[in-house]
Design a protein around this ligand. Structure first.
Ligand code: TZP
Ligand code: MG
Length: 217
């Protein structure tokens, strides 16, 4: 399979929903179905941190959410865990700076898969691109309650900086993003926004997804 071209990926990054069971106060399957109905363009399974499922329960939930994504026509990305991504034949993987480099992942995961890398600076972004990342996750843009070990808040400045230095790669902002503060992230040069709590903790994930989709369209 050939590598997904950047324009397709830019469209997929518009409304990128990330979650695991620990982010949801309702069954994650229900939250995901609603979010898909509301127009999310990409989903990342991120079952980690306090209260996360482990072992078989984690794999079963991943499979269930992957099936929902497949029925809804939304690509399914796995956070961090290459073994799980390979087992499920996921559409992609997202890794952080402490995980295996994209270069290594590409060798095992194949050329048709999406590889996303978190980057917090120009140097990290350049390295990720050189290693073969398909897209960059940049942030935290705003303060977040969803990641205990999140790095310092960057604002939208780092996105502007990457674009000003000629980084044209598909790029999504992350961290504390809601429908109310998403527009500056797009204005700064991001192709889309990624959120956990703005959708996972919303009483109506469909409405939340719709509102975010309106901002990034
Ligand atoms: N990486 C940087 S901030 C963050 C991750 C995974 C958490 C984003 O969650 P929220 O609830 O959208 O702030
Ligand atoms: Mg990681």
């Amino acid at each position: 399979m050939t590598r997904m071209i950047s324009e397709e990926l830019r469209a997929l990054l518009k409304v990128y929903f990330i979650m695991g069971s620990m982010n949801c106060s309702r069954p994650p399957s229900a939250v995901l179905r609603e979010a898909i109905a509301g127009g999310i363009t990409l989903f990342q399974f991120r079952e980690k941190g306090p209260g996360a499922l482990t072992g078989t329960a984690r794999v079963e939930l991943a499979r269930e959410l992957q099936q929902i994504c497949q029925r809804g026509g939304v690509p399914f990305i796995v956070n961090d865990d290459l073994e799980l991504a390979l087992t499920l034949d996921a559409d992609g993987i997202h890794v952080g700076q402490d995980d295996a480099p994209a270069l290594e992942i590409r060798q095992r995961f194949g050329s048709g898969k999406i590889i996303g890398v978190s980057a917090h600076s120009l140097a990290e972004a350049r390295r990720a691109i050189a290693d073969g990342a398909d897209y960059l996750g940049v942030g935290p843009v705003y303060p977040t309650i969803s990641k205990d070990d999140a790095q310092a808040v960057r604002g939208t400045a780092v996105i502007e900086e990457l674009r000003a230095h000629g980084i044209a790669h598909p790029l999504v902002g992350i961290g504390g993003i809601t429908a109310a503060n998403a527009f500056p992230v797009i204005q700064a040069g991001a192709d889309g926004i990624s959120v956990i709590s703005a959708m996972a903790a919303a009483a109506d994930a469909r409405a939340a997804a719709r509102e975010l989709a309106q901002v990034t369209d």
